[in-house]
Design a protein around this ligand. Structure first.
Ligand code: RP5
Length: 298
């Protein structure tokens, strides 16, 4: 194929938009960019319905006087106001009382509206307020991707948990605690959610930035640090998995087009990107049958 520009890789739904096995994607750096799709068309059950925002009206620079998103902040966020509750994980509702409002994030300078509220870097989401997110602006998360090749079946598998809040399979990630190093969050979340202890100091960085999470609002969003460890030999075989407090179950999930497409938020995209990067580092590691699937995403 001559015009590789037509191959856009991922569609907004997280499934490959075109399949071009001839594309020489290995020659290019894999750059991860997350679109805002779920953050506009999905929401948790306790949220009001989002104001419908068409693609062209997303950018804040676009004048859109009709825009009237509902305002929502979940009771659990208000109950955990750190200025009122010892150990609370949420900012106060009054933005003027927030002492550590982020001026910069992985997405660049955080813009503010006329009320001093941070503005979502992907533009309008159809929901004002913080929803279920505690911090005004970026809410930092960490996502540990663990993969292995199942030697018996020749599948590539990821360590996945089933989320309690919506039953979807996901990377066993979570929010970074105040003052916590991200490497520590990656290990802690993996231990808490999947019962597994691993060191992330040598893990490969896949991505740092916006996550297409259904909790996103105009004034609060998730930005994650995604790191990848691919396990081999005994280490890959011997991990004992145990579902923790936030997980219904934990498993080695075989990666197929279907299972990747159904992962929570942007996780399918993160996993594919991690494996593409792994292939660039170690071309002989992944089984041929998986390479066909992987190549179809780039
Ligand atoms: C996703 O939500 C992130 O990618 C991360 O996996 C997760 C963090 O939220 P909780 O699992 O703590 O709800 O957007």
């Amino acid at each position: 194929m001559e015009n590789n520009d037509q191959n856009t890789g991922w569609s907004l739904l997280g499934v490959p938009s075109t399949v071009d096995p001839e594309k020489s994607w290995l020659q290019n750096e894999i750059e991860v960019y997350v679109e805002s799709y779920r953050a506009r068309f999905e929401w948790p059950p306790d949220y009001p319905r989002r104001f419908n925002v068409a693609d062209e009206n997303m950018p804040w620079e676009v004048d859109y006087p009709e825009y009237e998103p509902p305002y929502y902040v979940a009771p659990v966020v208000l109950e955990n106001d750190c200025t009122k509750k010892e150990g609370g994980w949420a900012d106060p509702e009054d933005i003027a009382e927030v002492k550590d409002l982020a001026g910069e994030s992985f997405e660049g300078t955080v813009l503010l509206d006329e009320q001093g509220r941070p503005l979502n870097p992907r533009g309008r989401s159809g929901m004002a307020g913080r929803g279920l997110l505690g911090k005004w602006g970026p809410n930092y998360a960490a996502d540990p991707i663990i993969t292995r090749v199942n030697q018996r079946f020749g599948d590539v598998e990821m360590l996945a948990i089933q989320r309690k809040d919506n039953g979807q399979w996901a990377i066993p990630g979570g929010m970074v605690d105040k003052g916590e190093a991200v490497t520590a969050t990656l290990s802690r979340e993996l231990k808490e959610e999947a019962g597994v202890e691993l060191d992330f100091s040598d893990a490969h960085l896949v991505y740092q930035g916006f996550v297409d999470d259904r909790r996103t609002t105009d004034h609060a969003w998730i930005e994650s640090t995604v790191k990848h460890l691919h396990l081999e030999g005994e280490q890959a075989e011997k991990l004992e998995l145990e579902a923790g407090s936030d997980a219904l179950s934990v498993t080695w999930l075989p990666l197929t087009d279907r299972s990747l497409g159904k992962l929570y938020a942007s996780h399918g995209y993160f996993v594919v990107s991690a494996l593409g990067m792994l292939y660039r580092r170690q071309p002989d590691l992944l089984p041929a049958k998986f390479m066909q699937l992987l190549a179809s995403y780039f």
